[in-house]
Design a binder for this molecule. Sequence first.
Ligand code: NDP
Length: 300
Amino acid sequence: MAEAKLIDGKAFAIGLRQRVGAGVTELVAKGGPKPGLATVLVGADPASQVYVRSKGKTAVECGMASFDHQLGADASEQELLSLIAKLNADPTVNGILVQLPLPKHIDTAKVLLAIDPAKDVDGFHPVNVGRLGSIAAGAPLDFPVPCTPLGCSMLLQDALKNLSGANAVIVGRSNLVGRPVAQLLLRMDCTVTITHSRTRNLPALCRQADILVVAIGKTEFVRGDWVKPGAAVIDVGINRIPTAEGKSRLVGDVAFEEAKKVAGHITPVPGGVGPMTVACLMYNTLQSARRVAGLPFVAV
Ligand code: NDP
């Protein structure tokens, strides 16, 4: 059997960012607002700093305004809530992204609840979680949807074209990835099974999957003989492992070399789902700005 086709998330994300950029130009030409993304970082975690910087930089590359806010690691919950209230009221801000995780003394749920659902470009506000949880099959995604799951669904749509009736197995049930991916695939008419750490006989369930999405954070946990021949495999996992040269490299939750011999399509790590997250954040910010301008949802 031929090897799986690589799903090139890096190339897809570049194209998506270009389409978002064109959407921004069109919106401004029609007299709409220049979309604005506000990022909020509390503390100085180096990984979070890198993520926030890359989000701000990509926003500017897409023709948007970027507003970066940094609070000290000892900033109070009230300080953060006051900043969010200010951003909620600011008409130049269409998207608010609070970088997670927050320091332990801040109640994350309270902070996410304080963000205006219309500006919640991460899609974590309970109102948006509820909208996704109750969406009808095929209905437009005219509200913010969590970025990484949205990226997974876009890659699958592009690779498979028609997902209707496909048997989808999701490994992992986090609010960040597993659950929203399941909702998106249900909306695309897949038959969805969500699995987790207590699931019995996981390999057998995975072998039934036409679409296998894995998001657990465990290095090469899903083996090649868990994959149904011809299946589409989306590996969300990002795990850093040491190399023999004393450096480190990124690997996914799927044993890629084994799985690619069996699958029909597969995402690599890195270069698969990873680049889609920031691109989908830009997509969500553009959609928020379009809604402010009273323009209909448009898939770019
Ligand atoms: P969480 O730790 O929040 O959730 C992990 C999920 O995996 C849980 O539902 C857990 O089950 C399940 N799980 C753990 N062990 C097993 C097992 N042995 N068998 C079956 N299920 C298991 O992780 P996230 O969802 O936040 O992230 C998952 C991975 O995706 C990570 O590697 C993360 O780095 C990556 N990621 C990548 C992103 C990107 O590409 N941009 C963005 C977000 C995440 P239970 O609920 O029972 O505990």
